[in-house]
Design a protein around this ligand. Structure first.
Ligand code: UDP
Ligand code: MG
Length: 319
């Protein structure tokens, strides 16, 4: 049975020209090894998604496809749609071409590609989703480590359940891809999605390697955007929190009012109040705008969803 498993390895690539050759060669070795062990079919392949790169990524992909026409397929997005959409395209296009399961992995192979064998073993045992979870964060710098920690904490406070330390390195079976296709959300947060939809799941632990060439495509702002997006697409806890905080502030305002009246009529000491007034006004001014900001995030989500624009545009495909 295992020999019939057609495995697709989907790789999002954004400005990774220097890495395409070495990455595809390494992933081919992994495929050939699994084929030799009769764990997967020889129809298995690699699917590269060029996420609108501005360097020679597409050229390098073209060379790789020319060297291995049966084993490597690829598409080029018309512009940069971001890592989540590149992953989504990899999954959906691979399903369209045909496969029993897809593994998504980063182009820099920071995630240990040797673990794909364990993914397949879990798949053979009947698991429909296999999450790759990193053992530790030794390779991360202080900023990445702290922000990741804060990310998982904020996510869990907000009720978004995602496996900790899982970045989109995972295997999903064909049945799950069929479900994924039915979710037409334009801003799908994949980590939340695969965790929420059910199905039998397994975890494989791996060590993260440092990036060999080039640098991370994520900075503080893109990580913040991913976190905000993850929360607002999977939880309405922030909206509920506004409601509770609004009530508490109102209560505070009410009590302050009673205090002011009592001060005036009972103690006959009108508070001089300038600094208190300034502090309270600026605090609540800022607080209100912050709350409007949270509501605006949700409004933004609705705005993007109602337009139902295509989630990615493919300019060219090499099959
Ligand atoms: N990536 C992408 N589109 C983007 C940004 C990144 O397809 O807009 C790809 C990138 O080429 C890589 C993966 O997403 O294969 C993860 O990116 P990176 O290694 O920079 O992230 P990090 O390891 O720092 O989390
Ligand atoms: Mg990386």
């Amino acid at each position: 049975m295992a020999k019939d498993t057609v495995l697709a390895i989907a790789v999002p690539c954004y400005n990774e020209a220097e890495l395409i050759k070495s990455t595809t060669e390494r992933l081919l070795e992994v495929l050939y090894d699994l084929e030799k062990k009769e764990k997967i079919s020889d129809k298995s392949y690699i699917y590269l998604v060029d996420d609108g790169s501005t360097d020679d990524t597409w050229l390098e992909i073209g060379y790789s496809v020319a060297r291995n026409p049966n084993k490597i397929k690829a598409c080029k997005y018309s512009t940069n749609f971001g890592n989540q959409k590149a992953l989504l395209g990899g999954l959906l296009q691979a399903k369209k071409i045909g496969c029993s399961a897809v593994v998504t992995i980063d182009a820099d192979l920071q995630q240990d590609e040797n673990k794909i064998e364990e993914f397949i073993d879990k798949f053979d045992q009947g698991y429909k989703i296999v999450f790759g979870v990193r053992k530790d964060r030794k390779t991360d710098d202080f900023f990445k480590k702290t922000s990741a920690l804060a990310f998982y904490k904020v996510m869990s406070i907000n009720g978004v359940k995602i496996p900790k330390n899982h970045s989109d390195y995972r295997l999903v079976s064909r049945e799950v891809l069929e479900v994924l296709e039915k979710f037409s959300e334009s801003e799908l947060f994949l980590r939340g999605f695969f965790h929420e939809i059910g199905f039998s799941k397994a975890i494989v632990y791996f060590d993260v390697k440092p990036r060999k060439i080039g640098k991370s495509k994520f900075n503080f702002f893109s990580l913040l955007a991913l976190a905000t997006h993850g929360i607002t697409s999977y939880s309405i806890v922030p909206l509920k929190m506004i409601c509770i905080m609004g009530f508490l502030t109102m209560l505070f305002g009410f009590l302050t009012g009673i205090w002011a009246i009592a001060a005036k009529f009972i103690y006959h000491t009108s508070p001089d109040g300038w600094s208190e007034a300034m502090i309270i006004t600026s605090f609540f001014g800022g607080f209100e705008v912050f709350c409007i900001g949270i509501v605006a995030e949700y409004l933004g989500q609705i705005f993007r969803e109602v337009k139902k624009r295509p989630r990615y545009l493919i300019e060219e495909e090499l099959l």
